[in-house]
Design a protein around this ligand. Structure first.
Ligand code: GTP
Length: 97
């Protein structure tokens, strides 16, 4: 079954593993053209990686064959979560399979 959303929710640890898994998944035919939403979680914490830091650490600008978006959020309060979902909705509406 074709995925329509692949989202990651993580803070400031293990981003190298996440990046490696992300780029492996992007090779998959099943995920061709799937939009990529990255949540930069724990933005309420001072030592959380910022959106800019995560964008660089995950090398998101090197993703050429997928739409991608990185969304600041705080899972504790819910801030930013709907903004991310709304981005996916805008990218996928009309594409129901
Ligand atoms: N301050 C803060 N804490 C959060 C946030 N999201 C999750 N946590 C807390 O982070 C802790 C770890 O959450 P888990 O869901 O176990 O995540 P994990 O992937 O196992 O661990 P992390 O890599 O630390 O996120 C829990 O105590 C959560 O309540 C957030 O946005 N802000």
């Amino acid at each position: 079954m074709m995925s329509t959303l692949w989202a990651m929710l993580f803070g400031n640890k293990e981003y190298k593993i996440v990046m490696s898994e992300l780029f492996n998944l992007l090779e998959s035919d099943e995920l061709a053209k799937t939009p990529i939403l990255v949540y930069a979680n724990k933005q309420d914490l001072r030592d959380a990686m910022s959106v800019e830091e995560l964008t660089g650490a995950l090398m998101l600008h090197s993703i050429r064959n997928h739409d991608w978006h990185i969304q600041a959020c705080c899972a504790l309060t819910g801030e930013g979560l709907l903004d991310g979902i709304n981005w996916v909705y805008q990218r996928t509406k009309g594409n129901a399979s």
